[in-house]
Design a protein. Structure first.
Ligand code: A2P
Length: 293
């Protein structure tokens, strides 16, 4: 299985990352250090996760050189107005203690009106090009090396890329799991040179246990003498996506990094099982805008 993918910029993005959403303060630093020791070179974070200071400190303390680590952060909904983008990015850079990001994503296809609330700016939500142009400027300034989006569906991707972009979105980070495998989006992304990143790859908190008990997953794990989590994480990479398992448990952090190729028959069996039920999202915030349409 590929240990990295090459983006349009030529940068190589490692295929398995440590996700740090809901990794609580006091634990996330240890998880990052365990991950870097285990061989991870990719940490997927965001401003809204509220743990960038601890993540940054752990990275600096790890002894692994900054240039060898891929760091992703995300622009929160409150900061989509063009004049707010650079200050938001600067805050993430300061918190992380670095002077550039490898990847910066628009976290949601939803712009809040300026201020503290969650009132939606429908114009900027439907036409995010001004926000994107500012991200492009951040690339030109050297503050970020690659830019992308998160939680965009095909319509929203097409809507954004209909503009005369200097840089195409390099990735789209979305929920991908056994319960929500999104084969159409994956197919579309592949034919449009867009890499998908799988968040909540194990099923996100409440469904992880259920995912690891799926009969197909269990039987493949037994056949290959690996754990059910490793089956699922390997399946994601074999589908051609980046995978971002979250864990603050050291043994699981180590376990999740070991991906192996699944025999074609096992892969097909799992793909088919995942597609055979009605897709269900674990993550679907209600901001009074239909995110998925
Ligand atoms: P914890 O962080 O306490 O180790 P997802 O990446 O799909 O969002 O899933 C994250 C959840 O899955 C977390 O609750 C995490 O728990 C748990 N988890 C992560 N890796 C494993 C694993 N290898 N086996 C079992 N549970 C796991």
């Amino acid at each position: 299985l590929p240990s990295f993918y090459t983006l349009p910029s030529g940068d190589k993005i490692p295929s398995v990352a440590l996700g740090v959403w809901r990794a609580d303060p006091g634990h996330v630093g240890e998880a990052v250090k365990t991950a870097l020791k285990a061989g991870y070179r990719h940490i997927d974070g965001a401003w809204i996760y509220g743990n960038e200071v601890e993540v940054g400190k752990a990275i600096r303390d790890s002894g692994v050189s900054r240039k060898d680590i891929w760091i992703t952060s995300k622009l929160w909904n409150t900061f989509h107005a063009p004049e707010d983008v650079e200050p938001a990015l600067d805050e993430s850079l300061t918190r992380l203690g670095t002077n550039y990001l490898d990847l910066y994503l628009i976290h949601w296809p939803v712009a809040f009106k300026k201020g503290q609330g969650q009132e939606v700016d429908h114009d900027l939500t439907e036409s995010p090009y001004p926000t994107w142009q500012k991200l492009e400027e951040m690339v030109q300034k050297g503050k970020v090396r690659n830019i992308g989006v998160s939680n965009f569906n095909i319509r929203r991707l097409q809507n954004l890329t209909a503009n005369p972009l200097k840089y195409q979105p390099a990735v789209n980070q979305v929920e991908l799991s056994y319960w929500n495998p999104q084969p159409e989006l994956l197919k579309w992304a592949k034919s449009n040179d867009l890499l998908l990143e799988a968040y909540s790859p194990l099923g996100s908190q409440n469904r992880v246990k259920e995912t690891l008990e799926v009969p197909e997953v269990k039987s493949i794990a037994k056949e290959l003498d690996i754990t059910p989590a490793q089956v699922i994480i390997s399946w994601h990479v074999q589908r051609g996506t980046i995978v971002l398992p979250k864990s603050v448990t050291p043994s699981r952090v180590v376990e999740n990094f070991h991906v192996v190729p699944l025999p074609q028959e096992a892969f097909d069996k799992l793909e088919e099982a995942a597609a055979s039920h009605k897709p269900e999202r674990s993550v679907n915030p209600d901001w009074g805008v239909d995110i998925w349409h």
